[in-house]
Design a protein. Sequence first.
Length: 202
Amino acid sequence: MTDIPIQPEAAANAAETAQPLDAAASAPEERPAERTAPAEPDALTRLQEELAASEARTLRALADFDNFRRRTAASAEEAAREQKKALLLELLDVQDNFTRALEHESAADDEFVAGIRAIRQQLEGLLARHQVERVAALGQPFDPRVHDVLDARPDPAVPVDTVDRVYKDGYLFCGKLLRPALVGVAQAAEPPAGEENDDGSE
């Protein structure tokens, strides 16, 4: 039996073929990537409740701030209105003085009287622009909401409890009473002395 010699090239090829198998055998086994365990239901519920509570606190804080802003604006507006009312009342006193001055006008002072009348008209226009209007009084039924009685006396020309004299004009500011009118009111005439009463007594 004759031995067949192994060629060097064939031996090299056999060695190269065997190497990948050995490398594959020696490679470490790959492990699947580790996954984070899902959150427990109790923890998730607790986080949702905390988020809802935080949102509720935020909404309450925004509502409180809005209410505070509204109250502050209303207070500032009311303070400005009161200051304006005080100024208007002083202007009304000035107008009253002009009115009293015109009640004693004389023909000798035509130019002076015309100047006073012009100033009073200008002042009336200023008051009207600031929503100040005169209270209806003369000839009106007495209204304690806008009239203050200075005196009362019989006046057969007008019904009882009717304003027949105005001593000082009253005014409204923005539809609300700024100053009541000072008035006189007609009252019923007293029966003549000695006239019998309804019950027959003297």
